[in-house]
Structures are given as C-alpha cells and as structure tokens.
Design a protein around this ligand. Structure first.
Ligand SMILES: C[S@@+](CC[C@H](N)C(=O)[O-])C[C@H]1O[C@@H](n2cnc3c(N)ncnc32)[C@H](O)[C@@H]1O
Length: 211
C-alpha cells in the first residue's frame, strides 16, 4: 500500500523521468507512478523472487503494464532508457552497493536508507553525488529520510553532511532527543564518547535555535 514515505518519493519524480524502482518489493510505488501518469515510464526490480512474484500479481491486478526484473541492483538490468533510480527501504550498505553498480549515465537517484544517514551522506559526497533536497517523513513512530541526489555539484559543510539539509525542525528535535538518550547510556568513564555526544547535542541545539 502507498504510504507517506512512498508518496514523498513520488513527489520527487518528474514527468520526463524513466524510473527504475530497484527495491520494489510489492511494486506499490511503480503502480502509483504509472496509474497517476507521474513519469514517462516505470520499471520495477527486486532481488527477491517472492517479492517480485507479488509485485507481478499486483501489477496484473492493476491492469497496468510495468516490466519487472529479478536483479541484485543493476546486475541483470540492461535497459538503457532508465534515467532515474529509486533505492528505498534498504540499509546504507545496500544503497551504496546498488549505486556503485549503476550505469554512469544515470544522474538522478531518489534514496531512502533505513540506517546510517550521516555515513551515507558522506559516501555520496565522496562519489560526487550531491543531495539537492532532503525530505523527512514521520510515520507510525518511524522517521524516514528521503534524498534527491544528482550529479549537479553542490557545496556541503560539516553540519549539512552530518545532519542533512531538510529544514525540518521536528527532525532536528528528534535527533537531539536521540543524542540525549545516547548520552544517558554512556558510562561516566567513557570520556571521549561522552564528549562526542555533548558536541552533537551542542550542534543540534545550535541548528534548532537558528530555525
Ligand atoms: C523493505 S522493502 C522496501 C520496499 C519499498 N522500496 C519501500 O521503501 O517501502 C526492501 C526490498 O528491497 C529488496 N532488496 C534488498 N536488497 C536488494 C538488492 N541488492 N537489489 C534489489 N532489491 C533488493 C528486498 O528484497 C525487499 O523487497
């Protein structure tokens, strides 16, 4: 079923995009994009045969035509028309694995990692992939970070790589509360770990104050 996270991802798709949803699971995003004519074309792929079988059933039931691929990232995908790639609902290491296998001509990615947001931003930057926009979605007690990433060069600073550029105060307050909880759990003798945590709290308070 389409949820707020998938709708936020869809909001970053343009009419001219030819989209591959690489971790399509049940193909809800692809069906939504095609049904609402939000892109030029859409394809769906997944590494898991059971997920893909369900995707095919859902596509059939929708009455739409959406080609699917069983593939680990881009490994078994030769379609050269794709210009936009969605990688969502997997961990940062899988995101990077899929990105690293993507054809060089692809210049637009929409990414939502389940974890390690800071490390992911830094790895993207190293690969000369730049975050143009960051959307935060809170849904059912979870926080999702959605990145619009292209090759259009942008300068980043230490804070934007660390905490992102969403402009979402609720997100920074959420990060601040997480840091406070972490601090409570760090033993008093772990001075360096406590120092790093204090620093994060100070930075987050600074960002929130400026908003
Ligand atoms: C939790 S679902 C995410 C569904 C949807 N993209 C979302 O964000 O809600 C994760 C899907 O990613 C697929 N997946 C994991 N690693 C993958 C890979 N290397 N290549 C393609 N699909 C992968 C899994 O099989 C699973 O169906």
């Amino acid at each position: 079923m389409m949820n707020q996270k998938l709708k936020a991802i869809a909001s970053l798709i343009d009419k001219k995009d030819i989209v591959l949803d690489t971790c399509c699971d049940h193909a809800y995003l692809a069906i939504y994009l095609k049904k609402n004519k939000l892109c030029k074309d859409v394809f769906a792929s997944d590494i898991n045969i059971h997920a893909l079988e369900q995707a095919k059933k859902n596509i059939l039931a929708s009455g739409l035509i959406i080609p699917t691929y069983l593939s680990d990232g881009f490994l078994d995908i030769t379609n050269e028309s794709i210009n936009t790639v969605v990688i969502a609902g997997v961990g940062a290491s899988t995101v990077l694995h899929i990105l690293d296998g993507a054809p060089k001509r692809i210049s637009k990615f929409i990414i939502s990692s389940n974890n390690h947001q800071e490390e992911l931003r830094k790895e993207l930057y190293k690969r000369e992939l730049y975050i143009q926009k960051e959307i935060i979605v809170f849904e059912k007690g979870k926080c999702y970070v959605i990145l619009l990433v292209t090759k259009q060069k942008l300068k980043e600073n230490k804070l934007s790589l660390k905490y992102g550029k969403s402009n979402n105060k609720e997100y920074f307050e959420y990060l601040l509360e997480k840091e406070k909880d972490i601090l409570k759990k760090i033993p008093k003798n772990k001075i360096y770990m406590r120092f790093k945590c204090y620093l994060n709290i100070k930075e987050l308070k600074y960002i929130i104050k400026r908003m």
